[in-house]
Design a protein around this ligand. Sequence first.
Ligand code: GTP
Ligand code: MG
Length: 548
Amino acid sequence: MLLVYSDHYSYERVALFWMPHFRSLGVNVPVVLCANKSDPSANTSTEQVVEDEMLPVMAEFKEIDSCIRTSAREHHNINEVFFLCQKAVTDPIAPLFDSKESNLKATCVSALRRIFYLCDRDQDGYLNDKEIHDFQIKCFGKPLGDGDLYHIKQSIRKYSPDGVTDNGIRQEGFIMLNKIFAEKGRHETVWLILRTFHYTNSLSLQTSFLHPKFDVPPNTSAELSPAGYRFFVDLFLLHDKDSDGGLNNSELAALFAPTPGLPPSWLDSSFPSSTVSNEAGHITLQGWLAQWSMTTFFSPSTTLAYLAYLGFEPPSATPRASTTSALKLTKPRKRRKRATVERNVLLAYVLGGPSAGKSALLSAFLSRPFSPTYHPTIKPRTAVNSVELPGGKQCTLILEELGELEPAILENAAKLAACDILVYAYDSSDPDSFSHILALRSAYAHLDELPALYVALKADNDKTTQRSEVQPEEYTAAQGMPKPLHVSVTWGSVGELFVQIAEAAMWPAGAYPRGGEEEVDRTNLWIALGAVVAAGAAFVGIWRRLKY
Ligand SMILES: Nc1nc2c(ncn2[C@@H]2O[C@H](COP(=O)(O)OP(=O)(O)OP(=O)(O)O)[C@@H](O)[C@H]2O)c(=O)[nH]1
Ligand SMILES: [Mg+2]
């Protein structure tokens, strides 16, 4: 609303009639108050008018966004008055500044704090001259002129003597600078800053910025791209202030300061328990990268949102560039025996009966010390770590123990589609352990479509005969698969197992049960083998036919 007055009578009507009238109409829109007919020839000073007329009425009605003196006859301030009207709509003061309190609003302050944090590249708590320069270019597209920086610092100093030091502008100083802008009617400058950092008119981050479009087609998965890896490496190194190779609680809190906190999925899995930490329990760089690889695998949208919160900048500054350049999609995976899986992040479900040693295996994967106490697993739990394959290639392996959800997950096509390999685990010292695997395999015949690996756990204990219809070695032989690998988490050599799991996931030829595309060839091979082996095979063959 542009409310125009010109003389004492019409001025009085502003507060007595018009403003209350607008309120009674229930229209909550900004008002620009215009003192017209103030021809320069009129001998009242603007300061006087501002002081005597404008400030009192502005103090009374917070809807008044700004005031201006114009002269229609002399075309004085005419463009300006319409500019003010436009600005009142596009750059409203209300979300930024509380005129009653005479202070920036809390949401505005927290947005500015986040912006300060993102601009403080070296995280030393100060915007140094270079950082201010970069900020200026980013927001306003042009460098600061000679002396501008000095004047900025001077005006901060005037209101907040501690806001500037020799090291640069402190957070309070930066907030003060924006308060000065808002107070002096330069709130469009504050808006420009906020919008550069993707804030909406309600001071939340834009949805398209937090959740850019990123589809993961069937049979593909999302991984971090080299730029994404680099970002998370740099972020870790920047925040490991004491350079001890781990992020302690205060370092983590500082890192996550510009975000809503740790991702909910991390909290659910009592971060950092699902990944590598040092003796003090602090996540290491290796664990940090594994954790983000896992997050990206299960929920690319979470990684994208955090990349946005944490200030990831796409390598190319084109307008289309977005946080999605920190991610990449794998080639579609083909479930075929001879196909190589072109993924760097692999998911293994560890299946097996109660107390088989699955949780102990997950802990060993993270190099946690062995604990003899038994805590049955209820909720699914994961362990993620990097694994070095023969030849030096690195990959990230996620081991997931399904807990009580084992049956539900094995019935869920989407959950199985995400899985690269099944690890059938049993306790070789418990005669009743292998039967769980047989029961699973007969209940869920479709498990044959996934590559798998058999593992006999607790090899440090005496091996016992399984009270199942068939012994594990015979069973795997009948399946045309490698024998169960005997391991103990109490042995250092357990690390080999994780390499084997990752290898079998990546190159699954041989990890599929007999049948399907190669069945005929194998049968021929079996006939060619000696009578003893053939007899054994026949037994298992009959058993299988009865079973399925
Ligand atoms: N001696 C020995 N004991 C082990 C080994 N691995 C696990 N255990 C013990 O076996 C018990 C069960 O281990 P868990 O890892 O909890 O078994 P789980 O398969 O996760 O059991 P659920 O979660 O109930 O399905 C615990 O007391 C472990 O300490 C091993 O390699 N050697
Ligand atoms: Mg367990």
